[in-house]
Design a protein around this ligand. Structure first.
Ligand SMILES: *Cc1c(COP(=O)(O)O)cnc(C)c1O
Length: 354
């Protein structure tokens, strides 16, 4: 870093994304991508004609994409905001509504504290219960932006909608962001609360359940006034934040409901196989509502298990952080990947005991 960088950015610790190794071929179960390709309809839509249209800027209003999302979730178009990954939606949200500070759990998505550092927002860190559940009572009357990942990452645990409604009710002058990156894998969405609570913003992504992590597409659904706030930032920052190919991919992905349902069901059923398999091998596995499981064994440390899997060509995520050091987070892959993960784990445990 240079001596010219401003003090706040010099002090900031940027987010560390999961490894994306380009050298060797791993079974990649470390960043919660889908093991399946995008919908065939998406691939068909990304035609040569579409590639040629790249000479033109994308539609700054993203009308077709926004229209398709609005239709799919049965909301009006002025309640949808699209962005370059949900990371960008979250970034804009912290900037828009975080000036009185932000509050979030000690164990949650690692980008939230980075946004606070980036924008100079005071962060109030609220510890999860001993079993990693959220105590909703800790979130009443906080007088600041509240950010809840539901299901939470990296635990996979789900919070009930009545708790989210109570938090919104008890913080009427502050925004509650519900980051639903993983909601499609079995949770109940806070979308149903948006009509009753004008301070809830639901944030979603195409990265996990719609096979488009590399396209970078996320969105928010909220009241038209809140969506206008996000658009103010986008149009002060980069009006073309979603590129043409991604806008087309997103439109066709959201329209292909059969493929979405089919791939989602496969992930949920593979999650069962993965969870059962790990438990048979003596692991404790948190009850996951996401496309990953959070698991630990008392036979070895989380880091050793992570390294042993890497040695065998399987990447998972280990967080070197208090309270969760013993755990690894394993993305639910396809059937073959789950089988290989379980076989490798069995071998590793045998080698450890030998
Ligand atoms: C993956 C993830 C995101 C970011 O998703 P992108 O749309 O790929 O930027 C946001 N929040 C949580 C909790 C996530 O796990």
């Amino acid at each position: 870093m240079s001596r010219f960088l401003n003090d706040r950015l010099s002090a900031l610790a940027p987010y560390t994304p999961g490894e994306q190794p380009q050298d060797k071929k791993y079974i990649k179960l470390n960043t919660n991508e889908s093991p399946f390709p995008p919908s065939p309809k998406v691939i068909e839509a990304l035609s040569e004609r579409e590639a040629k249209s790249l000479r033109l800027y994308s539609d700054p209003d993203l009308k077709r994409l926004v229209g398709a999302i609005a239709e799919s979730y049965d909301v009006s178009q002025d309640m949808v905001f699209c962005s370059n990954g949900s990371d960008e939606v979250l970034s804009f949200a912290f900037l828009a509504w975080g000036s009185d500070g932000a509050a979030f759990a000690d164990i949650t998505y690692g980008f939230y504290p980075v946004f606070c550092d980036l924008y100079g927002i005071d962060a109030k860190i609220i510890p999860l219960n001993g079993d990693f559940t959220v105590n909703a009572d800790d979130y009443m009357g906080l007088d600041r932006l509240i950010v809840i990942a539901n299901p939470n990452a990296p635990t996979g645990l789900l919070m009930g909608l009545s708790d989210i409604a109570a938090i919104a009710e008890n913080n009427p002058d502050n925004i509650i962001i519900v980051d639903e990156a993983y909601i499609d894998f079995g949770g109940e969405s806070a979308l149903s609360l948006i009509e009753d609570y004008d301070n809830i913003v639901v944030v979603r992504t195409f990265s996990k359940s719609r096979q488009l992590a590399g396209a970078r597409l996320g969105f928010a659904i909220a009241s038209p006034e809140l969506i206008a706030d996000l658009n103010r930032i986008k149009f002060s920052f980069n009006p073309y934040n979603v590129n043409r190919l991604t806008a087309v991919a997103g439109e066709y992905a959201i329209k292909d409901e059969d493929y979405f349902e089919h791939t989602k069901r496969l992930i949920i059923s593979n999650r069962r196989v993965l969870t059962d398999g790990l438990e048979e091998l003596g692991f404790s596995v948190l009850q996951s509502f996401a496309n990953f499981v959070f698991a630990k064994t008392d036979k070895m440390s989380g880091e050793d298990y992570y390294l042993a899997l890497k040695e065998k060509g399987i990447l998972v995520r280990h967080f070197n952080k208090d309270r969760i050091k013993d755990y690894v987070r394993i993305t639910v892959g396809d059937k073959g990947e789950v089988k290989k993960l379980l076989a490798a784990t069995e071998e590793i445990l045998k080698e450890a005991l030998a």
